[in-house]
Ligand binder design. Structure first.
Ligand SMILES: [Zn+2]
Length: 162
């Protein structure tokens, strides 16, 4: 991800440079128009038409550069958000409860930062952490409610009749 951020940052600089160039080009077009009017008593309509077309093209390029810059900023924010979400998800590991359910558990390395808890596997798959709530026998996810109960109580063996 760091490489992508570097790439995005480099492109932002390039677009900023492009905006400065289009501003310079617009200044030049303005000067050309002034010169065209000064150089002849009757302005050349073909020259004025070309200068006007050039001014329109430069203005379009400037708008396109601004749109690209906005998209680049949005992309950069999305990458940062994805990095943050990924680092949150990376704090958990899959485990199987004694009741036979697969859930996510806070890695032991992070239990000094917050108490041990379990996270819903369905919410995790959607990129978010939802802490399972409940007692020792079972826990629930109150966010997605996909699974009514994640059993933590050990499975019973088969019933045997004497
Ligand atoms: Zn859930």
């Amino acid at each position: 991800m760091v490489d992508i951020l570097d790439l995005v940052s480099q492109n932002a600089h390039t677009i900023g440079t492009g905006l400065r160039h289009t501003n310079s080009a617009l200044d030049i077009v303005g000067k050309l128009k002034t010169l065209a009017r000064k150089s002849k008593a009757t302005p050349d309509p073909e020259l004025e038409s070309l200068v006007t077309s050039l001014a329109n093209e430069v203005a379009d390029a400037k708008l396109a550069n601004l749109a690209l810059k906005e998209q680049l900023i949005e992309l950069k924010e999305a990458i940062l958000n994805a990095d943050n979400a990924q680092s949150k998800l990376g704090r958990y590991e899959l485990c199987e409860t004694p009741g036979g359910y697969t859930v996510y558990r806070l890695k032991e390395a992070h239990t000094n930062e917050e108490p041990l808890h379990y996270a819903c596997p369905y919410c995790y798959a959607d990129g978010r952490i939802s802490i399972l709530q409940g007692g020792l026998d079972f826990k629930q996810c109150f966010v997605c409610k996909t699974e009514p109960h994640f059993f933590f109580k050990p499975k019973r063996g088969p019933i045997t009749f004497v």
